[in-house]
Design a binder for this molecule. Structure first.
Ligand code: NAP
Length: 246
């Protein structure tokens, strides 16, 4: 795997799970990494922490300015990992507030960060969006999250079209079940329900997804990995997970 020595990276959602593991992996491979999140105290030590709320345009603008300055004027890799789901309910029980939070974070936030970082992406640069298997096939009781991740995939492919002819790569990495704080957030701090999501099945680790990001960003310049879909072996789709009896 080629080294990332001398390259610079920005990772959103760097305080937990996939974003934290990706930021760590890129730093380990030699990149200078700036990580953004609201909980900057949880961003790994080898990463420069900067406060970021992707739902807030002013926060995103401040973050992008500070990140570019910290990285010496240019970005080689942008990883959009900040995201969340809220609830596992029929759409009948959806609320305006939850809809706004999920769409503002997963869709508008990702688009906003991409728009703000794009002018600073160096030739040969790379945008990696963390999508989901939920953005490829719907599952029950996840309407807003599914909608948001379909949008991420649509945006990734639309941007691929607009970037054609420019030396910028773009990839969507679409994971299945990964054991992170995702379920804790989805179930609003209900530890018991969150734990059950990972019971009786060997879920992927955040590092497995960080490996996929690393693979995508270390291909030769003439290669663009459009999408990587990666699931736990015991999972065939968003809605179908084989669990052992406990
Ligand atoms: P996680 O452990 O809960 O991490 C989510 C990250 O997003 C945290 O760093 C959080 O930071 C950040 N974030 C949330 N809202 C934010 C906001 N408004 N502004 C800035 N940062 C924000 O969950 P994860 O599993 O790593 O999720 C990362 C991405 O992977 C998400 O896009 C998720 O949809 C996707 N994904 C996860 C799975 C899975 O099974 N875990 C599967 C497929 C896709 P702060 O709270 O500190 O701001």
């Amino acid at each position: 795997m080629p080294s990332l020595e001398g390259r610079s990276a920005v990772v959103t959602g760097a305080s937990s799970g996939i974003g934290a593991a990706t930021a760590l992996t890129l730093a380990r491979e030699g990149a200078r990494v700036v990580g953004g999140a609201r909980r900057t105290d949880r961003i790994p030590a080898s990463v420069t922490p900067l406060e970021l709320d992707v739902t807030d345009s002013a926060s995103c603008e401040r973050f992008a300015r500070a990140a570019v300055e910290e990285l010496g004027g240019g970005i080689d890799i942008l990883v959009n990992a900040a995201g969340l789901a809220l609830g596992r309910d029929l759409f009948d029980d959806s609320s305006e507030a939850d809809e706004r939070t999920v769409l503002e974070t997963n869709v508008n936030g990702l688009i906003r960060m991409t728009r703000l970082c794009l002018p600073h992406l160096r030739d040969g640069g790379h945008i990696v969006n963390i999508g989901s298997v939920a953005g490829r096939q719907a599952y029950e009781k996840g309407a807003l999250y599914v909608t948001s991740k379909f949008a991420v995939r649509g945006f990734t492919y639309a941007l691929r079209e607009d970037l054609l002819g420019r030396p910028i790569h773009i990839t969507t990495v679409d994971p299945g079940l990964v054991e992170t704080d995702f379920s804790r957030v989805r179930f609003r701090g209900d530890e018991e329900t969150a734990r059950k999501v990972y019971q009786g099945v060997e879920a992927m680790k955040p590092e497995d997804i960080a490996d996929c990001v690393l693979f995508a960003v270390t291909r030769p310049p003439h290669v663009n990995v459009d999408e990587l879909v990666v699931k736990a072996l015991a999972q065939s789709s968003g809605g179908r997970i084989l669990r052992t009896e406990s």
